[in-house]
Ligand binder design. Sequence first.
Ligand code: SF4
Length: 665
Amino acid sequence: MQPVKALTAYRPYWAKRFGVAPFLPMSRAEMETLGWDECDIVLVTGDAYIDHPSFGMALVGRLLEAQGFRVGIISQPDWTSADDFRRLGRPKLFFGITAGNMDSMVNRYTADRKIRSDDAYTPNAEPGKRPDYAVTVYAQRAREAFKDVPVVLGGIEASLRRIAHFDYWSETVKRSVLADSKADLLLYGNAERALVELAHRLAKGVSIDEIRDLRGSAFMAPAGWTPAPEWHDAATRHAHDDRALTYVRLPDYETVKTDKLAYAEASRLFHLESNPGNARALVQRHANRDLWLNPPPIPLSTAEMDYIYGLPYARAPHPSYGSAKIPAWEMIRFSVNIMRGCFGGCTFCSITEHEGRIIQSRSEASILREIEEIRDKTPGFTGIISDLGGPTANMYRMACKDKAIESACRRLSCVYPDICPNLDTDHTPLIHLYRKARAIPGVKKVLIGSGLRYDLAVRSPEYVKELVTHHVGGYLKIAPEHTEAGPLSKMMKPGMAAYDKFKRLFDQASQAAGKEQYLIPYFIAAHPGTTDEDMLELALWLKRNDFRLDQVQTFLPTPLAIATGMWHTGKNPLKRDPGSEEVAVARGLKQRRLHKAFLRYHDPKNWPLLREALKRMGRADLIGNGKRHLVPAWQPAEAQTPLRTVPKNSALAKRHSAAKIKRSR
Ligand code: SF4
């Protein structure tokens, strides 16, 4: 593999002399204003171009610009022909293709496969501005536009579709996106290291077909290809063979396409090779070719995180959008991303598959500087920072106590089934950061909007007190996801004991601060491993605790997640022998509706469905008009309409698993 080289250690490309663009150009006219006759790299994205580090295309664009390359952006192109892909001319080095910040299918469809009415990443939330399976379509059009220009895939859609994967929307096992898109290379995960190295090598005239050693890269190769003759298949490896020269062969596409047990085994093997400290290369045969995946990228250092987040972003949507509102931008314009990665390992979530489980944190100084920039430059700032967060609010600077142990570790989670004794759960750096952030002149309040890992938080009552006293705007969202042991074990989530402990600390601190504040718990309906009885118990818990959920989410099988493997196969890829455990799956629309209805037991529209289910389950004793009953025996006349299954939530709200809660009093 390529040795680790700091992002700042490269000699800039000659075009650095053109300086920093106010915005990366989206038209020939802007290129001419910058004095460019061509772009070195053209990035194609399914999102609107917002020049802010929360948007992947802006982040990698500014990074490549800082390395000296002239980077143009083609945002939300017309994909019906190759014309729009010629908008900026022929890129000198390569096309970088992404679907955007979300998988295009998650962006466009609800968990019940209904088309959403809006798109949070598009001006005025206009839907229909990107194709289904956008990364594949864009790659094909880019290739048509300029046949000899290398095409490189990146971003979440490419990352999560890098091997053969179950696609919920077509209900098929699809090939790796590399095979379908015919792209030259795929960079998965946070790809800064690989991208910078790739750009500099291509600039030196190296052919993309020769670049086979980048961590975090994947490509199609002739069947049986290995980087060198001494590489071994793990299945035939001897004890004296070098592990670093070993690859793991996954069951091939043609097999996993139809054989569910083989699919579950592929999922198990894939997730085992996720720690950059010990992961081996993965190979998967697709017809007469091999898909080769190099091990995951080495995480960025704090200095490198500061470098990429400190690049000269305009911190605004491209001026061509005029006064159009872009919901994703409105949501994050006053928030700061303080870290990446998550060691939780929740099986329904794809963050670990994309960002890895080693936390990469920015320095305190870099974060505080960004808050000052928001204060000074972002129009509309009223003194409220809406979030200091990341994938999880309170994993900032947390890590394994020992680098050598971390490097050798093969666990999928540092906090499940219990918090690992080697995990340093010190919240002090975060407490200090909060204190300094809210002391910045002009900052009135710093809220924490990212989801909190409460089993970690209870280890630091001081943190909970700090958070609750100063950083909660009335409601705090946390995600137990379920109350019952069966589904929780399939989610790899902690039990309710930690929730209860956190709630006690939360209530005490709120009372001490003289504030009326509430927890917002999120739950998932129809997650693999959930029976009707589990949902009933959850509904009874909600009723006992006086919760009336307004919006709820149903499990959405996203590509590559372990829970998606369970959903598709009915087996458990968490087991050494995935076939040894059958997993209950609420697959049909009717059962999914029922599970969702249990979460909204208080909605009269759901009562007929729930009454029918309770009778079938032998729990008719829960139907009646008393306090101990879940649903009444009567039905109001206006609530006879069919159950509405599509919550009118935005794509971004979906991403953050939004669930508004009303607490009954
Ligand atoms: S040893 Fe424990 S803390 Fe360290 S990486 Fe493994 S699970 Fe995480």
